[in-house]
Design a protein around this ligand. Structure first.
Ligand code: SF4
Length: 71
């Protein structure tokens, strides 16, 4: 199984929370210096169970802040 590398561009993330709604096991909104919470990756090793959810989060993030690549 290939590993997914998940990156969030915090310059783009505006805390819409779509990622957390799609894959709450992987993304979590946390308070930052920005005026709104931003997403962080809370699960490093993403297996097949979460793969589809993570790809949906990438696809539906309104700010295109999530990049998912295979390692
Ligand atoms: S969906 Fe995109 S913009 Fe919204 S919190 Fe997640 S990464 Fe940030």
């Amino acid at each position: 199984m290939t590993k997914l590398c998940i990156k969030i561009d915090l310059d783009l993330c505006q805390g819409h929370g779509v990622c957390q709604a799609e894959a709450g096991e992987v993304f979590e909104l946390q308070d930052t210096d920005a005026p709104y919470p931003q997403a962080v990756v809370i699960k490093e090793n993403v297996g097949n169970d979460d793969r589809e959810k993570v790809l949906k989060a990438e696809k539906f993030c309104p700010n295109a802040a999530i990049t998912v690549t295979e390692e």
